[in-house]
Write a protein that binds this ligand. Structure first.
Ligand code: AMP
Length: 466
């Protein structure tokens, strides 16, 4: 199957072709025709499957074909859980819409809202937003969603996980009920299913479980190691020579910085990306990693969402994720778009339970690596020893390392207000997209055949918790 068999208009085909994309991925092959027909769709697809183009292409096409309805206000709204993903989606609109005369804008927290308001006032066709920032814009009366015809929720499971459900409901209530809806989710939990009942009309479900899922293509193994020996193990593996571009995941922000320092001391170029970094620092870290200036990127889960870097040979779970689904998301960063990759997981005694959960959900027993730091205690840990040690000041009930996870509704909402916690679990809505904070501002927009442009405008300071 080729893209040209999917009734895609010539300017979009040309843009796909210019990226070297001739054959649609399975999610694209199934979703694009349904969306062009006007159906609501739930796409269950993992990261790296090409899911972004699966909605960007038909949205662009439908907007272009009905351009007589064009107004100053957005006709397509894409919600994404993190700013990185919002930026990434903006880049896809830029790429696939480069021969069309449509404007897009990505709005997200942690950057100045003023610039975003200014660009919105100039008019946009497609608005890509993180929920927190969009609610701020709505509260200030700076965005009109009454013209929205296409409503896309990307990474719906992640969005719910991050406590965005109330925001999503509020946003959806501001959009006309006559609209086409699309949800993408890596998993189909009951809560995602409930949400689709609220927002989609007779949706068609497209479930992409390819014969060889990206995860199955990845060579995976676990290294049992004491927590304090993890850095030495990492250094040994990197110095071993076979590792070129590697993404290292950690559970806590401070640990990311510590690893970068240790790598620098050993003469290895590395960057950290996490919620205490400003948008400017994140962009720079990512660009250095993409260009190869930094060999290693050390990231926390939330900061890493939406990162699309080609040729990542290795993903290293320096800490195992406290939610087993994140294991799949993490290792999917390697082996993107059909390439193969390697995933190493470091398992200390306190990670042992997480490893059990990962093996349960992936239905796969990870191979045990033979190495000089092997820890029998880590391998055989059970009971209390197999659980993460509570951190100082940590509230109980969050199942382990708080790390880079979004703060609960009990935390600051980023506007200096302190909300009460509604759950024992430290999840929720505070601060994950830095809503309402003054700081840097960014935009990306394209203006089509006249030569689309994409740039970021930055100023000021930014504080964020991810
Ligand atoms: P996504 O799952 O949307 O994050 O896409 C994963 C990667 O696959 C991105 O680098 C895309 O640019 C790339 N990609 C998307 N569609 C195709 C395609 N049809 N052929 C080859 N690569 C693609």
């Amino acid at each position: 199957m080729e893209f040209k068999e999917l009734n895609i208009i010539e300017p979009v085909l040309r843009a796909l072709d210019s990226r070297g994309y001739v054959n649609p991925s399975p999610i694209q092959e199934q979703t694009i025709p349904l969306l062009l027909e006007g159906k609501d769709v739930i796409g269950i697809a993992q990261t790296g499957t090409g899911k972004t183009a699966a909605f960007v292409v038909p949205v662009l096409q439908k907007l272009h074909e009905s351009s007589e309805l064009r107004s100053k206000h957005p006709r397509a709204l894409i919600l994404a859980p993190t700013r990185e993903l919002a930026v990434q989606i903006g880049m896809s609109f830029e790429a696939y819409g480069r021969f069309l005369n449509l404007k897009h804008l990505a709005v997200y927290g942690g950057v100045s809202i003023g610039q975003q308001i200014k660009f919105l006032s100039h008019g946009v066709d497609v608005l890509i937003a993180t929920p927190g920032r969009l609610i701020d814009l709505m509260n200030q009366g700076k965005v009109n969603l009454r013209q929205v015809e296409f409503f896309v929720l990307d990474e719906a499971d992640r969005m719910l996980d991050m406590g965005f459900v109330r925001d999503i409901k509020k946003i959806a209530s501001a959009i006309p009920t006559e609209r086409q809806g699309l949800f993408f989710s890596a998993t189909m939990s009951n809560t995602v299913a409930d949400l689709t009942l609220d927002f989609l009309k007779n949706p068609v479900r497209v479930d992409i479980t390819p014969e060889s899922t990206p995860v199955e293509k990845i060579e995976q193994c676990v290294f049992f190691v004491d927590q304090l020996k993890k850095i030495e193990l990492l250094l040994d593996l990197i110095k071993g020579g076979s590792m070129s571009k590697a993404l290292v995941f950690v559970g806590m922000k401070y640990r990311a910085d510590k690893i970068v320092r240790a790598l620098a001391q050993a003469g290895i170029s590395a960057e950290a990306i996490h919620g205490n970094k400003s948008q400017y620092q994140r962009d720079r870290a990512l660009n250095n990693f993409k260009s190869g200036k930094a060999r290693i990127l050390v990231a926390t889960d939330i900061a890493a969402r939406g990162i699309d870097v080609k040729n990542i040979g290795h993903v290293i779970n320096f800490d195992l994720p406290n939610e087993p689904e994140n294991y799949v998301h993490r290792i999917g960063r390697t082996a993107r778009a059909g390439t193969e990759g390697i995933a190493y997981s470091f398992c200390a005694a306190e990670d042992r339970n997480y490893l059990n959960q990962i093996e349960r959900i992936t239905k796969k027993r990870l191979e045990h690596a033979d190495h000089k730091y092997h820890s029998v205690a880590a391998k055989n840990a059970t009971g209390v020893a197999a659980r993460p040690k509570p951190r100082r000041g940590q509230r109980t009930g969050d199942g382990g390392r708080g790390g880079d996870r979004p703060r609960g509704r009990g935390g600051s909402d980023g506007r200096g207000n302190v909300r009460r916690k509604s759950r024992g679990n430290a999840r929720g809505n505070g601060g994950h997209d830095g809503r309402g904070r003054n700081g840097r501002s960014g935009r990306s927009r394209s203006s089509g055949s006249s030569g689309g442009s994409s740039r970021s405008i930055r100023s000021g300071r930014h504080r964020d918790r991810r």
